[in-house]
Write a protein that binds this ligand. Structure first.
Ligand SMILES: Cc1ncc(C[n+]2csc(CCOP(=O)(O)OP(=O)(O)O)c2C)c(N)n1
Ligand SMILES: [Mg+2]
Length: 387
């Protein structure tokens, strides 16, 4: 194998990947599988025209919604927004790879993953507007087993591993029935990969052979810290110390889909956990509180713009004969989705102060009851003119 240890400070800051990378779709939209991608081609051949169009549609919806949410923050409607701009292929490909019975543990940037699973994008907005602590109920069937966002870096990998261990203990995986066996898909970032929690989760996952896929979006940055500071070797090689690990071009929706589908199906079959490093790029700011011009160059941004996931898939669909009416329809649908989100955001009711006491404890709690009573009395004092 070529020695890919890169000790320069620029490692990871330019569009470079290892010789092992799985890529099917070139940045120019032509099908040009790398050697590592050959084994995945049957999974792509099995996709229908509708599937391919759906991948494209979801990526565009993601981008337009994300821009709308960023605008809403700028206009004072949201407290914060973490943009997913640039990461659409990694997210759409992996989300469509999951089967209905699977369980998703997102980080905080997986807006289109959660939406594909069925979560109302307004529930993400509610969280970022400060109206809700969790956003949605993972147990509500309409949310597709999607757990809530986790802002404590990497801790969701522990939750996911515990959940996956539970699936095994309950006999809900490895029966051999691909339509019934459940698996867990957990998302985290290049920065989070340096957290002890992630490594501990991987130790347990490997020991207990959990039905689980660790999906890292290496978007090259952890706020202002470049990936070269997280690791001197490509990150997929770190995970390979625990389990089979694959590096995929995360801006190629086809490769992201195929690699994740294979990994999840192997994991659900009882073969043990799998890791994926999706090499992608955060084209926007870390969050709306961040200014990336302070720590990265325009040249770097321009180099990654040339590998844009949506332009690549569009070129591919055009080469297959997709017509301009299709692309116009998608743009219209995306604009309508984003407009709907905007309308509903401005109409969201504020929560009552009293609601802060719900969901703190599962059962009644005396201290909570006391504080709740105090608040009710305090609120009533305004009505009665006591305050
Ligand atoms: C345990 C913990 N430490 C630090 C932070 C502050 N923090 C929030 S996001 C972030 C960078 C995360 O980078 P990465 O894992 O690459 O994910 P990305 O934001 O790029 O998607 C940091 C350090 C945190 N939320 N949790
Ligand atoms: Mg990152």
């Amino acid at each position: 194998m070529t020695d890919i240890l890169d000790t320069s400070d620029q490692a990871g800051m330019v569009p470079a990947d290892s010789p092992d990378v799985v890529r099917i779709l070139n940045p120019d939209g032509t099908i040009a599988p790398t050697a590592a991608a050959e084994q995945y081609l049957p999974l792509i051949d099995a996709l229908t025209e509708f599937d391919l169009e759906q991948f494209y549609r979801d990526m565009v919806i993601s981008r337009v919604f994300d821009q709308q949410a960023t605008n809403l923050q700028r206009q004072g409607q949201l407290a914060l927004w973490p943009p997913s701009f640039g990461q659409e292929a990694a997210q759409v490909g992996s989300a469509h790879a999951a089967r209905a019975q699977d369980h998703i543990f997102p980080s905080y940037r997986e807006h289109i993953v959660t939406t594909i699973r069925g979560v109302d994008p307004l529930d993400i907005i509610k969280l970022m507007r400060g109206l809700s602590h969790g956003g949605w109920d993972p147990k509500d069937p309409k949310n597709g087993n999607t757990h809530i966002y986790t802002l404590v870096l990497g801790s969701q990998t522990l939750h996911a591993t515990g959940y996956a261990m539970g699936l095994t203990f309950d006999g809900r995986a490895a029966s051999g029935d691909i339509e019934r066996d459940e698996a867990v898909l957990v998302y985290y970032g290049d920065g989070a990969s340096s957290q002890g929690d992630v490594h501990e989760a991987m130790v347990f996952a490997a020991s207990y052979r959990t039905p689980e896929v660790f999906f890292m979006q290496n978007n090259q940055w952890a706020i202002s810290v470049p990936v070269s500071r997280q690791s001197r070797t490509p990150l997929y090689r770190r995970a390979a110390g625990y389990m089979p690990s694959v590096q995929v071009d995360g801006n190629d929706v086809l490769a992201s889909f195929a690699v994740t589908r294979r990994a999840l199906d192997e994991a659900r079959a009882g073969d043990g956990p799998r890791a994926i490093e999706a090499v992608t790029y955060r084209r926007g700011a870390h969050t709306t509180s961040d200014d990336p011009t302070k720590y990265r160059t325009r040249n770097e941004e321009a180099a990654w713009a040339e590998r844009d996931p949506i332009a690549r898939m569009r070129a591919y669909l055009e080469s297959r004969g997709a017509e301009s009416a299709f692309f116009a329809d998608v743009d219209e649908e995306a604009a309508a989705t984003a407009d709907d989100a905007r309308q509903r955001t401005t109409q969201l009711p504020s929560p009552t102060a009293e609601s802060m006491f719900t969901h703190v404890y599962t059962d009644a709690h005396p201290l909570m009851a006391e504080q709740r009573a105090w608040l009710a009395d305090y609120e009533a004092s305004f009505e009665e003119g006591r305050a």
